[in-house]
Design a protein around this ligand. Structure first.
Ligand code: HXC
Length: 510
């Protein structure tokens, strides 16, 4: 018996060593943790249960039968994050560069199938040289099996991808179909074709970092939802995000105990909106003052800064926030912000996360860049997402709500449930000056008259009461009481039910 136990232990030790100490040292030298060290940080201590530790590849080409390493380049299983379960896979770069073989894919597929069956999220830690070159088409098939499962699981269980090394070729499409992608600065990159191919085909000279590093994907392409300094910080932030998310689309939202009183008054909100309507203020501050303990997990913070998206808690329960940010492009909606927020709203809806919308929007951003880029279609994404969302929706108009953007930003008309306005709200077809110049074109050469008419228009429309008279606003609230009012609204909406319309899928303007 002792021998058998020892053999088991020896096999485990060997498997845990992956591609060997030399390659582990090389991983560390690059500032990266190993696949197993990463799981130690991500999961609660001692909670990881590993599957398929002894699985090896079946390839016999290129002398591969001589090199079989237990686990075949990916560590899979499940564990807990603050007590709640998640399935995980963590690619081991020390074994064939973490490349994906047929058996490597089978391991990932196994935990994905279990995750979908059991209603538990999947977190994938990606660090891989792509398809296992020695296996050819078998590994392509393996990728496609993963892709298919990504789509089946979409909207059913949260899927989070963390890019912690190379991720290239078609391999990028599994992360691309998951809900969130986070990257590690300086040590991770994603691209469909690498710098060498780019040079050959387009003659562009570009480094891997410029082409697909964290900065590129968080700022320019918006492929990634965030990036952090190193492996440790990234994994700790994933733990933080995980705490906001339900385990599946049928699970209750997690509730975190809080000492922050639900009726906390925040007097500073009464003066946060400047006297001058053209002066910006930081919408982050409004969000943080409403949130439990000021905790806001922001998604895509380096992209389309004119809209803020992320998670807070109210009374301990998760709420998704979408908010115009007057500090960037005066808070205008444009292509990037509509796409960013549209996707966020759809995610919240899929996972029953209520949505709080804070509005300060002067309209859609004008210009040829926007029109040629398809703002009509992209702007419609956000409108569509809000209108189809059946989760509880509460809207607070903080300042401007002009034109089509008023309709889009979770207005009553597209079925927001509770719509509040601060006394500083201005709800109108357009800004007073623009409106006056159209209505009184004949007075354009008379600045005094225009100023007088503008003042008239402002007095009439630069307030929330015309909309409130029509019932488009349920109540004009004191800014200092926003946390209490919004929290109470969401509490009441917990039992909201909207009958589903029978259709195969909608046709959101992609
Ligand atoms: C097999 C691989 C491999 C791969 C790396 N290795 N990639 N083995 N298949 N795809 C092995 C190396 O032979 C090496 O083995 C070890 O992993 C580490 O690789 P290094 O090159 O020494 O590391 P580094 O210098 O850090 O470079 C990492 C890298 C590079 C940039 C990822 O290895 C690379 O370019 N690999 C090939 C990438 C690629 O072309 N993949 C196929 C893409 S096509 P030893 O034994 O020396 O440690 C694709 C299609 C997917 O993925 C389509 C899905 C639909």
């Amino acid at each position: 018996m002792q021998d058998i136990l020892k053999e088991l232990e020896d096999r485990r030790v060997e498997a845990r060593l992956g591609g060997g100490q030399r390659r582990i040292d090389s991983q560390h030298k690059k500032g990266k943790l190993t696949a197993r060290e990463r799981l130690d940080v991500l999961l609660d201590q001692g909670s990881f249960e590993e599957y398929d530790m002894y699985k090896t590849h079946r390839c016999t080409d290129f002398g591969m039968e001589e090199t079989k390493i237990s686990g075949d380049g990916v560590v899979t299983g499940w564990g807990t994050i603050n007590g709640r379960p998640t399935y995980v896979f963590s690619q081991d770069f020390t074994v064939f560069g973490g490349s994906l073989s047929e058996t490597h894919a089978e391991k990932i597929c196994k935990i994905m199938d279990l995750a979908l069956q059991n209603g538990v999220p999947v977190i994938g830690l990606n660090d891989s040289g792509g398809a296992r070159i020695q296996e050819g088409v078998a590994s392509l098939g393996g990728y496609a099996e993963v892709f298919y499962r990504n789509v089946q699981a979409s909207g059913v269980i949260p899927q989070i991808s963390v890019i912690m090394g190379p991720c290239a070729g078609g391999a990028v499409y599994s992360p691309a179909m998951t809900d969130y992608i986070f990257m590690v600065k300086d040590t991770s990159y994603m691209f469909v074709t690498g710098p060498d191919v780019v040079k050959t085909v387009t003659n562009e000279v570009v480094t891997a970092e410029e082409l697909g590093g964290a900065s590129t994907h968080t700022k320019k392409s918006s492929v990634a939802d965030g990036a952090f300094e190193n492996d440790l910080e990234t994994l700790l932030e994933i733990r933080r995000l995980f705490d906001f998310l339900p385990l599946s689309n049928e699970a209750e939202l997690p509730v975190l105990e809080t000492n922050d009183p639900a009726d906390r008054i925040e007097m500073s909100l009464d003066t946060i909106v400047p006297e001058n309507p053209n002066q910006p203020y930081d919408m982050h501050e409004v969000i943080q003052k409403i949130a439990d303990e000021g905790d806001f997990f922001e998604i895509q913070k380096d992209h389309a800064g004119n809209i803020l998206c992320g998670y807070i808690r109210l009374n301990g329960s998760t709420v998704g926030v979408v908010a115009n940010q007057p500090m960037v492009l005066a808070g205008c909606l444009d292509i990037d912000s509509a796409k960013k927020a549209g996707r966020f709203v759809r995610y919240c809806n899929a996972f029953n996360i209520p949505i709080l919308t804070l509005v300060d929007v002067p309209g859609f951003l004008p210009g040829t860049v926007q029109e040629y880029g398809g703002i009509i279609k992209h702007g419609a994404k956000l409108l569509f997402a809000y209108a189809e969302a059946t989760v509880p929706k509460v809207t607070v108009i903080v300042r401007k709500a002009y034109g089509g953007a008023y309709d889009v930003m979770a207005s009553k008309h597209i079925r927001s449930d509770v719509n509040y306005a601060w006394p500083t709200a201005e709800i109108a077809v357009m800004g007073a000056k623009g409106a006056t110049e159209i209505l009184y074109r004949e007075d354009l050469n008379n600045p005094e008259k225009i100023a007088e008419r503008t003042k008239e228009y402002e007095d009439r429309f630069a307030n929330p009461f015309i909309a409130a008279q029509r019932g488009f606003i349920d109540e004009v609230i004191q800014p200092h009481s926003t946390r209490r009012r919004v929290g109470r609204a969401f509490d009441l909406l917990k039992t909201k039910k909207v009958p589903a319309i029978n259709k195969k899928n909608d046709n959101i303007p992609l």
